[in-house]
Design a protein around this ligand. Sequence first.
Ligand code: G3I
Length: 395
Amino acid sequence: MSKPKSDLRLLPGVDSFIDRRTFLVSLSKAIGAGSCALMFGNWPKPLYAAGQDNGHGTDGVPLRKRSAAKGLLFGGAAGYGTLSSNTDFVKLFAEQCAILVPESELKWARLRPAPDRYDFTQADWIAEFARKHDMLLRGHVLVWHDALPKWFSEVVTPKNAEKIMLEHIKTVAGRYEGRMHSWDVVNEAIASWDKRPDGLRNSPWLKLLGPRYIETAFRAAAEADPKALLVLNQNHLEYDTSGDEATRTSVLRLLENLKKRNVPVHALGIQAHLRSDETRFAPVKFRRFLRQVADLDLKIMITEMDVDDQKLPADPGSRDRIVADKYYEFLSAALAEPAVTSVITWGLSDRYTWLSSYKPRGDKLPVRTLPFDTDLHPKPAWHAIAKALDSAPKR
Ligand code: G3I
């Protein structure tokens, strides 16, 4: 990672601007100003000092501060490997994020090397990191069909599943009692493609315990950490497609049901892994859904936002603009709903994103899906988020 080269680097992006300007001036001397101007047009405009418009309608105030001004939380997911090794990234993360989600360190596969053994080394390190950097911490995840340890399928049976799940929740949520802003208690419980009338995913937990596993998990989490906001976190909720519509309907039914039974569920997490080639986003319909959730006396968190760029053209300028538009389109609709309390991106810099391996580009170019690029410079996506936060009504 390149270190700041100048004391003038008061804000992220200023350094990048100086670097780019120096680079472009030399380049223009070499090949002529015309080509240089064309190239510059492909770069995002740099951030300037706070209070100064930079041409994107935003200034350089970090997302953490601009969200706080609206009573909102901005944050990101990050992993132990990154946070423990890249000091520039740490600086940027602490500056921009008010809340941190360990990307995988609290998942069963990481915490449970053997049925009778827990390894909290990395999770504890991240919890301490958040405290030291004055960030809230978010727990992800207590019950999920994915990231289960290899031993799970051999050891867990319908007979012992409840005991094992309850013991896990008590141990993990209990360990961080009073220190978690929120917990994703159950993740991705709905999967419309499994074709059950209730929309529930045919997950190992459902097979082992039946639909009641959700209620059981929430009650156990409330007991283990009574102060944490307990979240049902879900994907495929965003688009105006029949699949996402079915997910929204099932989620609403599930939440209504849980509330009726006084199950301690406090918020819906909307993952918001957006697709840049998907045009079927219907803001009015989406906001209606958010209102229906809010009417159940629930908060809403945007929990894992990113925009994949797998199918976009190679040119970084056009790619960045399309990705930024998707961020803005979605967030301006979501943040109009006062029950939405937070925006969390799944990563902060393109250097560290699951999409590099899960949705790589055919041309092998680095993906450009997050607010900061691989060199930690802000991209149009950053400005889009800033603008959406700035336009949000105050909570
Ligand atoms: O740590 C091991 C490493 O030791 C090993 O050499 C390497 C070999 O493949 O694997 C490493 O583990 C990987 C881990 O990420 C690293 O953090 C796993 O294979 C890989 O499956 C795992 O992927 C994570 C995935 O969840 C599954 O847990 C992604 O990073 C993470 O971004 C992704 O996050 C999920 C959310 O939890 C839920 N919503 C969707 C989101 C994106 O898929």
